[in-house]
Design a protein around this ligand. Structure first.
Ligand code: ADP
Ligand code: MG
Length: 367
């Protein structure tokens, strides 16, 4: 089922006497989440991700704007009437109940036509438990399970009422690195199998990029960009988005455009046809550097880190705004610094310019 957010805004009264203005946690959010897709809601802490999710679930009411599930407006429906499954960072299981009891719990309160028999409930528990691969653990208590297993129980509990929408708020943050990787793949698999429209909140760009059909990048309550992960990575609309996506991060420089050429530290490093003369922020993706003894960008050589197929050249430059420039190049290259300098040419489609003041992207036609 598609979800439509229409000019959704949530303001909180300020508790800070020095700054009496309201906090705008979500600012005029408009987006149609397509049916059956997994959307990654991404941004730094405090940007309004949880508030957005709480508005969709009905745990909070918007200050203005509307929410539709399919064609039905749900803006003022209480959460229990929306058909949403919720999963939070802290699994919030009942410690005194077994896994079976925990998963069963949401079904036991169903009333009227939704009421299920004991057999129906047991069948559903079995089904979701095997979906998240905890069917061997149904008689355990939460304290007898690992964090990853507990989170699976929480996911099973969210799925058991067959929700129309699954909402996950940083569900992997309490897991260790390896388990986080594994569990995110499983969430993706379960989402594909069930086809439930899902919103996945995270501050971890890699996590969002790896499992989402589309990502929504937020900052200070405002949506910055929406698109397929690769599209947003390749074509960021502003400096914030460019910096937020990618590991290692984009390499930033202070630059200047003069006569259709991009200058970094006075050296013409790239043709940027059609861009008028101005000061700019420059971002170069790690994979945007070409090792070239005659390359125009001369950097101070630091180190080479071998990663197998690729190597990372670590270097510095007086105009760089990052302490270390990290360039990823094929391991077939020989790095041979001359006089302490390593020289690069830049790939135009991996080099982005941003307005000095607004930090909005300045586009140029790549040759
Ligand atoms: P995120 O989940 O992206 O970290 P939140 O949605 O939790 O961000 O918060 C967004 C902003 O709204 C923050 O500035 C936060 O301090 C503020 N905020 C969230 N909930 C409340 C609340 N109940 N009362 C006042 N301010 C809140
Ligand atoms: Mg949050």
């Amino acid at each position: 089922m598609k979800i439509v957010l229409e000019n959704l805004t949530k303001k909180f009264p300020s508790r800070n006497k020095k700054q009496p203005e309201d906090v705008i946690a979500v600012n005029n959010f408009t987006f149609e989440i397509p049916d059956g897709k997994l959307i990654g809601l991404l941004g730094p802490s405090g940007c309004g991700k949880s508030t957005t999710l709480n508005l969709i679930s009905g745990l909070q009411m918007p200050t203005s704007g509307k929410i539709f599930f399919g064609e039905d407006e749900v803006t003022h429906l209480p959460p229990e009437n929306r058909g949403v499954g919720l999963v939070f960072q802290n699994y919030a299981l009942y410690p005194h109940l077994t896994v079976r009891g925990n998963i069963m719990f949401p079904m036991e309160n169903l009333k009227g036509k939704d009421k299920l028999t004991k057999e129906e409930m047991e069948a559903r528990v079995q089904k979701v438990a095997s979906l998240v691969q905890i069917d061997q653990l149904l008689d355990r208590k939460p304290s007898e399970m690992s964090g990853g297993q507990q989170q699976r129980v929480a996911i099973a509990r969210a799925l058991v009422k067959m929700p129309r929408v699954l909402l996950l708020d940083e569900p992997l943050s309490n897991l260790d690195a390896r388990l986080r990787l594994q569990t995110r793949e499983e969430i993706r698999k379960i989402q594909r199998e069930t086809g439930i429209t899902t919103v996945f909140v995270t501050h971890d760009q890699e996590e969002a990029m790896s499992i989402s059909d589309m990502i929504v990048v937020m900052k200070d309550g405002v949506v910055q960009q929406i698109g397929k992960p690769q599209e947003v990575y390749d074509d960021p609309v502003n400096l914030f988005v460019a910096k937020f996506l990618g590991t290692p991060p984009i390499n930033c420089f202070d630059g200047e455009v003069k006569g259709g050429k991009l200058l970094i530290g006075g050296a013409a490093v790239l043709d940027v046809p059609g861009v008028k003369d101005q000061k700019v922020h420059v971002g170069v993706r790690p994979e945007g550097f070409i090792l070239d003894d005659n390359g125009p960008l001369a950097c101070d050589f630091g180190a080479v880190e071998v990663m197998g197929r690729d190597i990372t050249v670590v270097s510095g430059h007086a105009s760089a705004t990052v302490a270390q420039i990290r360039s990823i190049i094929s391991a077939e290259n020989r790095v041979d610094p001359q006089g302490g300098k390593v020289r690069f040419a830049l790939k135009s489609y991996k080099t982005h310019l941003f307005d000095w003041n607004t930090e909005e992207r300045i586009r140029f036609s790549a040759r």
